[in-house]
Design a protein around this ligand. Structure first.
Ligand code: ATP
Length: 216
């Protein structure tokens, strides 16, 4: 039997927007994972300069955005764990609860550029296959320039498959998604300035932000 293919898409999602949603849908259409977990962090280890909206608000907005989707689901695994959210721990926890599954980590090219600063990042690279999504508004990337140096030297290029591969036989690939140049910071900024966020995030999320007076 083939192992289950489970993908993890982590982030702060403060708030979730169509850039996240459309990208993850397109990756799923291509990769056909058995399950995709969207995992909001409880405390982002990398964005300590500002406090995000409380975890439960970010989780609720994700749930509203996703609705009942059998494959792409929201997971509160990092909310239930104490302390800052480290991906290496989340992957270990998922692997322990789904022995034999093949784990994938999905992230935008901007987050991937910082992976060398993550806690025990080498273990992350040895624990899962990595799918990096292009993101608009950043500089044009040629060749392997989207891979940070400290990561690049751990991988060789597998020309037959068109992916990079490391010693643990885990792959690293860049996928193109329809560019949608929206960010959570742009959404928050618009709310703060009293501008509309219509068509940047689903209507239910828009209403939630209004009702809970977030980002003012
Ligand atoms: P902020 O503006 O607050 O930095 P963000 O919009 O980048 O937030 P995050 O929650 O930090 O959102 O992102 C979660 C993941 O989604 C990251 O891997 C990020 O690269 C990716 N991502 C965010 N926005 C987009 C987008 N418009 N297109 C593709 N990927 C995106």
């Amino acid at each position: 039997m083939k192992p289950l293919r489970i993908a993890v898409f982590g982030g702060t999602f403060d708030p979730v927007h169509f850039g996240h949603l459309r990208s993850i849908q397109e990756v799923q259409d291509r990769m056909r994972f058995d399950k995709v977990f969207i995992i909001p962090n409880r405390r982002p280890p990398h964005k300590s300069d500002r406090h995000p909206a409380p975890f439960n608000h970010r989780l609720s907005m994700l749930r509203l955005a996703l609705g009942r989707n059998a494959v792409i689901q929201v997971s509160d695994i990092e909310g239930r764990r104490g302390g800052p959210s480290f991906t290496v721990e989340t992957l270990r926890q998922l692997q322990a609860s789904r022995v034999g599954a093949r784990l994938f980590l999905i992230l935008g090219v901007d987050s991937f550029a910082e992976i060398g600063t993550w806690k025990r990042f080498r273990e992350v690279l040895d624990d899962c296959d990595i799918v990096v999504m292009e993101r608009p508004g950043r500089k044009e990337r040629k060749g392997a320039s989207w891979i940070p140096l400290e990561v690049r030297r751990l991988y060789g290029y597998d020309a037959a498959k068109g992916v990079y591969r490391n010693k643990a036989n885990k792959t690293l690939a860049l996928v193109r998604v329809t560019p949608f140049d929206v960010s959570a910071s742009a959404v928050r900024q618009a709310v703060k300035e009293g501008r509309s966020i219509r068509f940047l995030t689903p209507p239910a999320v828009e209403r939630y932000i209004q009702e809970h007076r977030l980002y003012r």
